[in-house]
Design a protein around this ligand. Structure first.
Ligand SMILES: [Zn+2]
Length: 190
């Protein structure tokens, strides 16, 4: 049995220290999500990168695919791919113990898929002014959803995330959502 001093559940870190540590992890993991997003951009894909982590440990990482080309679809979003890797790779980890980091605010599909799979903490960089789903009001929905308690942390490392989307929409070779309200909004940001 763990002694009182060893057991972190009985003798937790002071709350401020825990919050400081979580903030540091958030910054680190968003850096990794940015690495994924840059790789997506390098492949001509929409620059959404995603990381799922618990504490300091990255459990899954992924990026947008099929935002272009013959297999283009609205299923292969970074969050969905990363969630699949997390669920298959770490069945022992409860989803409500991890945080999802994404360079862009999750869309409605990704947001509700994460919620239904037990994710309860989401950190994102750049707001999706056109299709962001995290503003969904759960309180008026059916019981399964309205009981969910979710923490959303917006705008972490927003400037670095925004820079990638500005680069994407500023490139005439990219067709994805070209001329859309999101593209126009993004190119207006500084
Ligand atoms: Zn999505």
């Amino acid at each position: 049995m763990l002694s009182r001093i060893q057991n972190p559940l009985i003798n937790p870190l002071p709350r401020k220290k825990m919050i400081d540590r979580q903030l540091t992890f958030d910054e680190q993991h968003m850096s990794e999500a940015l690495v994924e997003a840059r790789a997506a951009l390098g492949a001509g894909e929409f620059p959404v990168g995603c990381v799922i982590a618990r504490g300091d440990r990255v459990m899954a990482r992924g990026r947008r695919s099929n935002s272009r080309g013959e297999a283009a679809n609205e299923l292969d979003h970074a969050e969905i791919s990363t969630l699949r890797l997390f669920l298959s790779g770490h069945p022992e980890v409860p989803p409500d113990a991890v945080t999802v980091y994404a360079t862009m605010e999750p869309c409605l599909m990704c947001y509700t898929t994460m919620l239904l799979n037990g994710i309860r903490r989401i950190v994102y960089g750049y707001e999706d002014a056109m299709g962001g789903g995290t503003g969904l009001d759960l309180s008026g929905l059916a019981p399964l959803y309205r009981e969910m308690r979710v923490e959303i942390v917006p705008h972490l490392r927003r400037a670095e995330c925004l820079a990638l989307f500005r680069e994407f929409f500023g490139n005439a070779d990219h067709d994805y959502w070209r001329g859309s309200p999101l593209a126009e909004y993004t190119l207006r940001q500084s």
